[in-house]
Design a protein around this ligand. Structure first.
Ligand SMILES: Cc1ncc(COP(=O)(O)O)c(C=O)c1O
Length: 458
């Protein structure tokens, strides 16, 4: 076994983790290779990738078709600036993604990740408001908790008081309304009545801001890490759409995590088909970790006025580069040819059954929630009262560390300083099969049991 060593044991350079943990901390295992849903470190230890990294590796690792597409495009041309050239890879991908996204999402603008997608969606919305003669619309309402990216514009619409305390003075933090959390609803509420109250809070906030000044409302249709795969009652989506329509506010769905097949439909939006968002962002699973990638999907009715008024004032050096577009095209094609969206729905049902059974046995799994293969388990000190585990434990990190020792890689970062609870994401690659779902649940069971043994009996 190679000793992983300690952070700070190299005089210069060293791993990126040196920005996160103090010198002297044991280093992470070094990754050697990945294949399917498994990863191996340089000591030959195998890990089941139970979360697709940060919900990225939807095709698993080492997909031959994607690697081949990467090589073919790289040999043809890796980079050509959209200011000078069109690329067939761009056109083929835009056609495919817009077809899958369905009516009303006619155009695709490709970027290099989720934060860039959020920025582009907000800027497109702003230019649209100007183009249609509504220059006062400058406010984007977000939800708390939520996550829309790490760049300052995306952070401004993100609902995380901890991040806002630190970075707020650098940006114009936007107003937030409560997200319809389903596990910890305030006293006197049911899940449904609380979701109704959350929708009313959106309308109240629009009125408070002045309806003519509100540009957009941004939300994750199925929550990501910030809410632990929160799913709202169907009536919430209807109410939000009606409120946005009443006040001329654009509805942006952040599908960076929930999109590209993860929930068992191409867009999570497809679960509530009567409600169509005005703009959609994608990233993560769209290129499944084979290249940094993201997208904004938009209707002609928004793009055309912007172009008529002089065009979109936005772009990055690497946006829509042919190599990334070809890779994403291979990823999406592979997903379709292998019916991985259907597999996400089927395996999602099996995973939920396994997690429900585990929760019934466990004294610390208070909730299992999500859709398809976008799932989370919430950890509690007491299932009857839903009391949280002591904050100082940083339960997601501890469970993540124990799971790694069991050969299970989890996405288990605490968000909002633990204010809304502690959970870990269970979001394996969409290629997972039935036996592997059972293996995942078995390994998680072992990690949970070890964690329970460590906890004092309250
Ligand atoms: C819902 C959501 N939006 C936006 C982002 C930001 O994406 P990226 O990290 O690719 O910039 C993330 C990342 O976790 C996300 O989960």
């Amino acid at each position: 076994m190679t000793d992983p060593g300690r952070i700070g044991d190299t005089p210069q350079g060293g791993p990126v983790q040196s920005f996160y943990v103090p010198k002297g901390t044991e280093r992470r295992p070094a990754i050697a290779r990945g294949e399917g849903i498994y990863l191996w470190d340089v000591n030959g230890r195998r890990y089941l990738d139970a979360s697709s990294g940060p919900v990225v590796s939807n095709l698993g690792h080492g997909n031959r078709r994607v690697l081949e597409a990467m090589r073919t495009q790289a040999e043809a041309v890796t980079f050509a600036y959209p200011g000078l050239f069109e690329s067939d890879a761009n056109v083929a991908l835009a056609d495919l993604v817009c077809k899958l996204a369905g009516p009303g999402l006619d155009r695709a603008f490709f970027v290099s990740g989720g934060s860039e997608a959020t920025e582009a969606a907000i800027k497109l919305a702003r230019q649209y408001a100007l183009a249609i003669g509504q220059p006062a619309r400058v406010t984007v309402i977000g939800r708390e908790p939520s996550y829309h990216g790490a760049t300052l514009g995306a952070l401004a619409v993100t609902g995380d008081h901890h991040a806002e305390e630190i970075f707020g003075p650098l940006m114009r933090a936007m107003p937030k309304v409560p997200a319809p959390l389903s596990y910890r609803v305030p006293p006197g509420h049911t899940v449904e009545s609380y979701a109704e109250a959350c929708a009313r809070a959106l309308e109240d906030e629009i009125v408070r801001q002045g309806p003519d000044t509100v540009l957009a409302f941004i939300m994750e249709p199925v929550g990501g890490l910030a809410s632990g795969a929160m799913v709202a009652p169907a009536s919430y989506y209807d109410a939000v759409r009606a409120i946005c329509d009443r006040h001329g506010v654009l509805l942006i769905y952040d599908e960076v995590m929930s999109g590209a097949g993860r929930t068992g439909t191409f867009l999570a939006a497809d679960h509530w088909p009567a409600v169509r968002p005005d703009l959609v962002t994608l990233a993560k699973g769209l290129a499944a970790g084979y290249t940094p990638f993201g997208a904004v999907l938009a209707p002609d009715r928004i793009v055309d006025p912007v172009v008529g008024a002089g065009g979109f004032l936005h772009g990055h050096t690497y946006f829509t580069n042919p190599l990334s577009c070809a890779i994403a095209h291979a990823v999406v094609s592979e997903m379709l040819d292998r019916d991985l969206i259907g597999n996400a729905a089927r395996m999602g049902r099996r995973l939920r059954a396994g997690l429900d059974a585990l929760a019934a046995r466990s004294r610390i799994i208070g909730d299992v929630r999500g859709l398809g293969l976008l799932m989370a388990i919430e950890l509690v000190a007491d299932k009857a009262t839903r009391r949280m585990l002591p904050p100082a434990l940083i339960a997601p990190a501890r469970l993540g560390a124990l799971a790694l020792q069991e050969g299970l890689a989890l996405y288990s970062r605490r968000t909002s300083g633990g204010k809304f609870g502690d959970w870990v994401m269970i979001t394996p690659p969409l290629i997972i099969d039935a036996a592997q779902v059972d293996e995942l649940v078995g390994l998680l069971d072992r990690a949970i049991t070890r964690f329970e043994r460590e906890l004092p009996r309250a």
